[in-house]
Design a protein around this ligand. Sequence first.
Ligand SMILES: N[C@@H](CCC(=O)N[C@@H](CS)C(=O)NCC(=O)O)C(=O)O
Length: 211
Amino acid sequence: MLTLYAIPPSLYCAKVRIALRAKGLKWRELPPPGGYGSAEYRRLVPSGNLPALLHDGLLLADSEAIVEYLEERFPDPPLMPDGPAARARMRERGRFHDTRLEPELRKLFPHIAPAARDAGVVATQAAALQARLTQLGALLEQDDMPFGLGDLGLPVTLAWLDALGPVLGLGLTLPDPVTSWRARVEAEPPVSAELFSYRVILDAWLAKATA
Ligand SMILES: N[C@@H](CCC(=O)N[C@@H](CS)C(=O)NCC(=O)O)C(=O)O
């Protein structure tokens, strides 16, 4: 039995669900024991981070560690290409999302509610995100790998940027290689299925946060 500790709007939980779907796995999803941020959950996951996966007595946090574990435990269908160079590039793509692009998005979260919004921070983050998207465009110019582990977080962050763009007036432009990569990856059934349900959750969360 695979148990995913998650909360509905969490971007990294959606990333892990794309991997679970791609592997054809069944899982149950539970809120973190004791609640998000609770001492009870921190006893299980010291960082308090979501998502966490419980499987065969192993409790594992951090989305990248989780999806790499899933890849090793459930190798078919593979989500890593053949050969050390392609595998390293797939990891590079995933790391770029987790450590470069998404951290610039999350700096906007405290500024979503209109009453708490700082226009200066929003403008700074819009520029930072555009710079990261330009870098992502360069990274994706060579788009020659099958759908894999490096493609899991990016569609979720792009869904956030779609939703937040008009709310915060971000005015972002996706470079052509990102648009082409996106069309290919969002046509993958595990991605389209996850985005179909996640966008509904995201829009509802955003409507409440901006009310
Ligand atoms: N690098 C982590 C990031 C996960 C993350 O930041 N999760 C958010 C929810 S989407 C969270 O737990 N935030 C609360 C915290 O960092 O204490 C991963 O890939 O799992």
